[in-house]
Design a protein around this ligand. Structure first.
Ligand code: BGC
Length: 740
């Protein structure tokens, strides 16, 4: 009897255990909704508006006395920049222990490509064409961030950027919506993991919603005019990908979009984001973007700004305080409804609950001791940096360098610079932790190799005084490697440039070194596409190293000496001259496409119609061949799919990576379509002589377009299907989609 009973008890316990284990996210979400509603019912208007407020900390990551006061009253929903487990806990204790409703504060920070271990800038990560690499970088960043008590990053930045003058092109994945979507997904997954309510994972934020990268003239914060078709086809997809990947938050942007600033744009924030995409998280405005509605000429005053932004769909106000200050009056006057305010609060509380903030509001203060710059993290940073670099030219096998070289001249203002590699938004990355190229090369070469270092000039300025020393260094060496590009401050927010030339006298330095007749390699350290025509025409080897993060110098050395074979590809078109901008591969055709034989067509008189380097371009120390391109069918119905297969063969003598790329062109449609559009890619590693079969699927999702009625459909007709190793090196097949 006793035995039966204990068996019965065990079965019940087991069942209970299983039933809790089996609590599906949907059930968890229902529980969250119940908790949110219960809490909301207890909140005063003041407390509700408090949840909508995010305030900035001090420059050094600390909070202000005012934050404590607000937290005590339950009036501070979130902070940005306050960080460090101890700081966070101090402020959080006041919110949780002393406020009436004990609602925890959400601590956010810009962790874009690393917290302390800095990974390559996002544009570089996209050059890897390996989303798994970006996912890994983001997950390591999340772990370091989590240790500091932060639970939220303002990343990924998923703005499509077609204008290299815009400094923030550095923060995103470049010009293509398909590649951009893949990297958006990867970064969201890396930061948030399968469930962001877990140790070492943090909440992500897709920004800047939307169209910010289309700033007129590439001037930051500038006006954007984007047709709905272009918005849906080009600028929205990476945001949609972030939603599909489960991103918890969005950030509205600074730009005016077709006459309605994006931080008050009901169409994008509500019609698309909430109604179409069913996004359940919350939207934070960009920094003071709500108040800036006044400057835009869209709001007459602060109250008006609050009303327009909140009712359009912004939930949390970053730094400016109009929601808080004018919420009560707007409610009284009937300009905002209780429902609108409650909905914003509900979205914020929902995410705080989903994040587990109520259950675990405090940081473990012991984590920070061992969290940063671990050997594993550094190794990952080095590997990902090397994966992100793009070999632009390599005549006569100038690279890789021979490890037995007797002497190398290491030249240029960026050869021993430990700031630029960190790029814009370097979290709490430290210059002292950065391996500069000079250090990386020293770490690599044998003791017999003599390194002759000379700076030559500064990044900016016009002094050529140190050229002599640099020329001498080159003359005294077997080979010269020149590091030129941009300083850290020249890229990122409010860092637009009207020229893409190498700043200062750097080009002249390259010319002077080249004139010595020594084999010369140029390594670019920069955050946006540069115009370097003379170098392309004259210097035999060029490596685009980007701003490669903490381990950048080691990664550069790995590539220069052939320990790593470069396999990155450009995620953005490199123009010949700034006058060509915007120049992007997925443009529409014209009635008179470029034709060297004719005068009347779409080109400049004084420049070739082609870019300097096309989208998807990048070389290797080995060679690859694409062959055996096959479609599983030549004709498919509108709801059908087709498999595209090809062989990639390494026909050289070194192991290496190639990126197989798939493009399509919808030949005639109800709206004009780009001359080509990326629809698949895969980076494959191949031993010498090895062949791999790569397979892509073109399904209705990939074949669909936003048609003349703004519906996402496959239109019957002919498609060109192109595969190859860059957007300009393609083998073409024809596919017919039938109305069946
Ligand atoms: C930037 C955002 C950033 C925010 C908070 C703004 O100026 O545009 O990208 O997340 O500041 O630092």
């Amino acid at each position: 009897m006793k035995a039966t009973r204990s068996l019965y008890v065990s079965v019940v316990i087991l069942l209970l255990v299983f039933s809790t284990l089996a609590v599906k996210p949907a059930q968890q979400h229902l529980d969250v909704e119940a908790r949110v509603n219960a809490l909301l019912a207890k909140m005063t208007l003041e407390e509700k508006l408090g949840q909508l407020q995010q305030l900035d900390g001090e420059g050094n990551g600390t909070f202000r006395p005012e934050h404590l006061e607000l937290a005590r009253k339950g009036l501070l929903g979130s902070t940005l920049n306050v960080r460090g487990a101890k700081q966070v806990n101090q402020l959080q204790h006041v919110a949780v222990d002393e406020s009436r409703l004990k609602i925890p504060i959400l601590f956010g920070f810009d962790v874009i490509h690393g917290y302390r271990t800095i990974f390559p800038i996002p544009l570089a990560q996209a050059s890897s064409w390996d989303p798994a690499a970006a996912e890994r970088a983001s997950s390591i960043a999340a772990k370091e961030t989590y240790a500091t008590g932060l639970r939220w990053t303002f990343a990924p930045m998923v703005d499509i950027a077609r204008d290299p003058r815009w400094g923030r092109i550095t923060e995103g994945a470049g010009e293509d919506p398909y590649l951009g979507s893949a990297f958006a997904r990867a970064q969201v997954n890396g930061f948030q993991g399968p469930n962001y309510n877990t140790a070492n994972r943090i909440l992500a934020c897709a920004k800047h919603y939307v169209g910010y990268g289309a700033a007129e003239g590439g001037r930051d914060y500038n006006t954007t005019e984007i047709s709905e078709n272009t918005l849906r086809s080009v600028y929205l997809p990476p945001f949609k990908a972030a939603v599909d990947a489960g991103v918890g938050t969005f950030m509205s942007a600074f730009n005016d979009l077709n006459g309605v600033p994006t931080s008050a744009n009901h169409f994008t924030l509500t019609t698309i984001l909430r109604d179409e995409w069913k996004f359940e998280g919350f939207v934070v405005s960009d920094y003071t973007a709500v108040k800036e509605l006044i400057n835009h000429g869209y709001a007459a005053n602060d109250a008006d700004a609050a009303q327009k932004s909140l009712s359009a769909g912004v939930d949390m106000e970053m730094v400016s305080r109009t929601f808080n200050q004018y919420g009560p009056t707007l409610l009284k006057e009937g300009r905002l409804s209780q429902k609108e305010i409650d909905e914003a609060v509900r979205r914020i509380l929902r995410i705080k609950f989903r994040l587990g903030l109520f259950d675990h509001p405090f940081a473990d203060e012991t984590l920070e001791q061992n969290a940063f710059l671990n050997a594993d993290s550094r190794a990952a940073a080095r590997e990902i940096a090397a994966k992100s670099m793009v070999l632009l030219k390599n005549d006569n096998n100038t690279l890789p360098l021979n490890k037995n070289v007797s002497s190398i001249a290491v030249i240029g203002p960026l050869a021993d610079d430990n700031r630029a590699p960190l790029g814009w938004w370097s979290g709490d990355g430290k210059e002292a932790d950065t391996i500069t190229p000079l250090q990386g090369l020293k770490n690599k070469v044998s003791p017999q190799t003599k390194i002759n270092y000379a700076k030559g000039c500064e990044v900016t300025g016009d002094s050529r005084a140190a050229f002599t020393e640099a020329v001498e260094a080159a003359n005294n060496s077997e080979v010269a490697v020149v590091f030129v590009g941009e300083a850290k401050e020249m890229v990122g927010e409010a860092a637009s440039r009207s020229t893409l030339n190498l700043p200062g006298v750097q080009m002249d330095l390259v010319k002077a070194i080249h004139a010595t007749g020594k084999p010369t390699v140029v390594v670019l350290v920069n955050g946006r596409p540069p115009t370097i025509g003379w170098i392309v025409d004259n210097v035999p080897a060029i490596l685009e190293s980007w701003m490669g993060g903490t381990e950048s110098g080691n990664a550069i050395a790995d590539i220069l000496f052939g320990d790593v074979n470069p396999g990155g590809k450009l995620p953005v078109t490199f123009p010949r001259d700034v006058g060509q901008v915007p120049i992007y591969y997925n443009h529409m055709n014209t009635g008179r496409p470029p034709d060297p034989a004719s005068r009347y067509n779409s080109k400049y008189q004084d420049l070739p119609s082609t870019p300097q380097f096309p989208f998807g371009f990048g070389l290797s120390y080995t060679r690859f061949e694409i062959s055996n391109v096959q479609l599983s069918a030549d004709r498919i119905p509108v709801n059908g799919s087709v498999k595209v297969t090809l062989d990639v063969k390494n026909v050289g003598h070194r192991a290496g990576d190639e990126v197989a790329q798939l493009y399509i062109r919808d030949v005639a449609a109800s709206v004009t379509r780009p001359v080509k559009e990326l629809k698949g890619f895969q980076r494959v590693s191949l031993q010498p002589g090895e062949t791999k079969r790569v397979e892509f699927t073109l399904d209705p999702d990939r074949l669909s377009i936003w048609n003349s009625e703004m519906k996402f459909v496959v239109e019957p007709g002919e498609f060109k299907v192109m595969v190859g190793t860059s957007s300009e090196q393609l083998i073409e097949k024809t596919l017919t989609v039938e109305r069946r």
